[in-house]
Write a protein of this length. Sequence first.
Length: 348
Amino acid sequence: MTLVRHGSPPTLKTIATALGLGVTTVSRALRDDPKIGLKTRMSVQEEARNLGYRPSRAGLRLRTGKTNVISLVLDTQEQVGSFVSEMIFGITEALAGTAYHLIVTPYSRLKDAMEPIRYLVETESVDGIIISRIEPDDERVRYMLEHDMPFATHGRTFAGLQHPYYDFDNEAFARIAVRRLANLGRRRLALLAPPADLSFHDHMRQGFQRELSQHGLEEVRFQAVTNDNSIEQIRYAVRDLMRQPVRPDGIVSSSGGVSGTGGALLAIIAGLADAGVSPGREVDIVTKQLFKRLPIFREQYHIVHEDVREAGRELTKSLIAAIDGQPAEALQSLAIPANVIWQIPEIP
């Protein structure tokens, strides 16, 4: 076995010299070209592993027009913690066994959300992009379509734009949540909704209002708070809501933001405690969560599971297919929740 060399990074020429082969033969063997004998391919690939060889991205682009890199573009102020880890886990699972590698490109929503997209497109530093926090008429989507950059979105646009996406059916979630609360005898419901500029706000509002109407229920509105707010802000909003003369007896939490890891649920329960209201008795909660169980809570609540890891896997598959030229219409999928899990954590 060849010892790993130190100093300059190994190149195709390094491998070729070590094995007494031509550089072209080594290059084709690393690409698993069937015209190169199996024994030679295996020998070259083993030598590359032993040497710690990594292909030059610049050279790869010159030879193939590709970088074999995709980027996940994330808002650092909202998508932190378990959302990111679950999404990345799913993406890396889907990338296993492919030639592609992942980079994460962060941005702040306080700045221009187009900036990281322009950079990735203009520098040709990636073959494809995954984005989230989708708006009904998303400028990033239009820009990438106009510049022929393959991409996939975690969410849908409303502007008639055809593009690959994977989305969770938030309208169905809201209808399931309202139906569960109605079946529990709750009559006045509050929705902790997403920000109004995001597509899934509209989906969720439509499902919530339609199901309220169907069951003859009343909405008690949150004032000036969404699931993008901090845990503290949500807590105080719940406290104030429950101190009103007409207060809700059911709450639907739309997840996203801090709530993906249980933060919004923690804020809701804290706000109820501040107002002297008992969850599961005076009010019931239905929440969308990344995980099926959150054992830190003793209170009764109901959850709908949104599998962000699966979203990462499906977005990656769609993106690779888009890079390979498959039509966008064939790369669109919607995860439809089927039920609510009634969770009563056991007290030891």
